[in-house]
Design a protein around this ligand. Sequence first.
Ligand code: IMP
Length: 209
Amino acid sequence: MMTKPRLLVATTNAGKQREYRELLREVPAEIVFPGDLGIALEVEEDGTTFRENAAKKAAALARASGLLSLADDSGLEVDALGGEPGVRSSRYAGPGADDPRRREFLLEKLRGIPAPRKARFVCVIAITIPGGGISFAEGECRGEITLTQRGSNGFGYDPVFQPEGRQVTLAELPPDEKNRISHRARAAAAAIPILRTLLDSESARREHP
Ligand code: IMP
C-alpha cells in the first residue's frame, strides 16, 4: 500500500500551524511541522522582502528534511508607518517582546493618527522539493488598525486589525471565517494547485522510479 507523501510546513508558530492544518486539508499529503521531525527551524529572517525570507526558510527545511517543504513569511504593513512593521512584524518592539507587547508598541506609534489607519496583512508562501525549483503563492487581506484591542481568537496583530467591510477584528471572527478571508487563506488557495502538481509528479516518480 502506498503511504501518503509528507509535506513539511516550516513554521513553529502555533497560530500558523493551526491555520495551515485547516487551510491545507484538501492537499493529499500528511502535514508535518519541524518539531514532528525533530528538526530545528533556525533560519535567520534577514531578507528585505517576504519572498526572500520565505524562499530561504523553504530551501533550508527541504534540505534538512528531504521532503516537499512549504514556508511562509507574513506580516502587517501599515500605510501611515510607511509599510512598517512589514518583514519585521514578528520582531517589532525588539527581542523578547510577546504579541501583546508588539500590539501595544504598534498602537503607541499610531497614537494621534486619525482613522482610517489603513493596513494590510501579506503572506508569501514558498514551496520547494529537494533539488528542485522554487514556486511562490501570495495573498493579502486589506483593512485598518483599531486603537482598541478586541477579541481573543487568532494570534499576533489580529485583535487590532479590522478587515475591510467588517465591524469586527480578525480576533473576533470565528477561526473558519478568518480562514476564508485572510492573507494566509488566499496564499494557501493559490498554493494548493502547485502542491497538487508537485505531489502528482512525486507519486509518479515513486511508482516508476
Ligand atoms: P513570520 O511570518 O513567522 O515571520 O511572522 C509574521 C508575524 O506577522 C507574526 O509573528 C505576527 O506578528 C504577524 N502576523 C502574520 N500573520 C498574522 C495573522 O494572521 N494575524 C496576526 N498577526 C500576523
